[in-house]
Design a protein around this ligand. Structure first.
Ligand SMILES: [Zn+2]
Length: 82
């Protein structure tokens, strides 16, 4: 698999048209009118999200969780929705 880095972002390749993207989900829907599960069925080993995107998402989620905990802590843990 050929991975290209673009501005620190590792791109993944669309196996249908060969275009390179950080996230394929939107591209699949717009260009190929296909859901990620349909794509996965055609290409089981294909990636939908680039590693750098997932890493960033995880970092954001972690930060949000920490902020959320802090807010809840300040509120005395009221309104915690799971
Ligand atoms: Zn494509």
């Amino acid at each position: 698999m050929s991975l290209k880095e673009k501005g620190g972002e590792i791109m993944i390749k669309c196996k249908i048209c060969g275009g390179e993207f950080v996230v394929l989900k939107k591209h699949l829907k717009i260009k190929h009118d296909m859901t990620t599960s349909q794509y996965k069925k055609l290409f089981p080993d294909a990636e939908i999200y680039s590693n750098s995107y997932l890493k960033r998402k995880r970092a954001i989620a972690k930060r949000q969780k920490e902020n959320g905990n802090l807010k809840n802590f300040k509120k005395g843990f009221s309104g915690v929705n799971e």
